[in-house]
Ligand binder design. Structure first.
Ligand code: AMP
Length: 307
């Protein structure tokens, strides 16, 4: 079923603890999400970049079969969102070096008419006011899930709280859940976030996996134990892309917010994120095949078998 994502498309500079770095590579929350989700279902993008956005990056995005870029606006005279980050030695935590919002401070991108019938909507990281505005443009939605991060918790808390009253699910990192709620216990923080309105909250904990705090129960899924972590950037967005892509592709006509449906979808998110971190930028996703995903998913399933 139709899936639309909105979020950032950006130009990233990333430093990793082993002394490697990449300057001005393709990034952005929407980019990673769409690339990951495209392995499961067609995905429509609503995003805006400036006219400094390299055409080669647009081609990289378009090479993911199933990513519809009709909603990707190139705005003349504006500058693309840019972000720089440095990972700490544990690879799970990072420091933001700079965030240049640029075009994100202007009017949000228009939603193409053809996208308005979307049933699944993912609001990847961007300003919560923009997330709310876009949500309103999908009247037929069956499932709306949002992501957020430190910058927006600090600078746009009121809008974020309003957003939580409007979405079915929230996906965020443990540090962000703690920052939002002031609670260090994952389940307590998740429950506090449920009080704002969503049916479920997924708290991501990097190499320690992800916890589902749902109105109908709690589940914990480990991360796929990766041997080679080159660049964790985009792991969270790819996780969300696998999760939403799987739900949107399901022939199951049941409630997509059901506890078991979300738990199963998280396993797909976990597997696809484990590929993203094997290379900088979207390099690994760009070379990924369906067969590789299926093989790793089977391995992950086998790993979780208890009896
Ligand atoms: P992740 O590692 O999954 O949290 O996502 C990293 C991506 O998010 C990078 O490619 C950045 O371009 C993008 N990003 C960084 N900061 C923000 C922000 N405040 N809002 C939206 N996207 C961001």
């Amino acid at each position: 079923m139709s899936l639309t994502v909105t979020g950032t498309i950006g130009i990233d500079t990333v430093f990793t603890p082993d002394g490697q770095h990449r300057e001005n590579v393709l990034g952005g929350s929407c980019t990673y999400f769409a690339a990951a989700a495209s392995f499961y279902t067609p995905v429509r993008m609503v995003a805006v970049v400036g006219d400094d956005f390299p055409p080669a990056f647009r081609e990289t995005i378009a090479r993911f079969a199933g990513v519809d870029t009709a909603g990707l606006e190139v705005r003349r005279g504006s500058k693309t969102f840019r972000w720089g980050g440095r990972y700490q030695p544990d690879m799970d935590h990072r420091d933001t070096l700079y965030t240049e919002l640029n075009v994100l401070t202007e009017a949000p991108p228009p939603v193409p008419d053809a996208y308005r019938d979307s049933r699944f909507v993912f609001l990847a990281n961007t300003h919560p006011a923009v997330q709310i505005g876009l949500l309103d443009q999908f009247p037929d939605r069956r499932l709306a899930v949002a992501d957020t991060m430190d910058l927006w918790i600090e600078t746009a808390r009121a809008e974020l709280e309003l957003l939580l009253t409007r979405v079915d699910g929230l996906v965020l990192n443990f540090d962000e859940a703690e920052q939002f709620t002031g609670l260090r216990n994952t389940v307590a923080a998740g429950r506090r976030l449920l009080d704002f309105g969503p049916r479920f909250v997924v708290v991501k904990k990097g190499e320690h996996g992800a916890i589902l705090v749902h109105r109908d129960g709690i589940a914990a899924l480990p991360a796929y134990p990766a041997e080679r972590v080159v660049d964790p950037t985009g792991a969270g967005d790819s996780f969300a892309g696998g999760l939403m892509g799987f739900l949107a592709s399901s022939r199951d006509t049941g409630e997509p917010t059901a506890f078991d449906a979300v738990r199963r979808a998280m396993a797909h998110g976990t597997v696809i994120a484990s590929f993203t971190i094997e290379a900088f930028s979207l390099d690994r996703l760009a070379s990924l095949s369906r067969a590789e995903i299926d093989a790793r998913f089977r391995e992950y399933q086998h790993m979780l078998r208890l009896a």
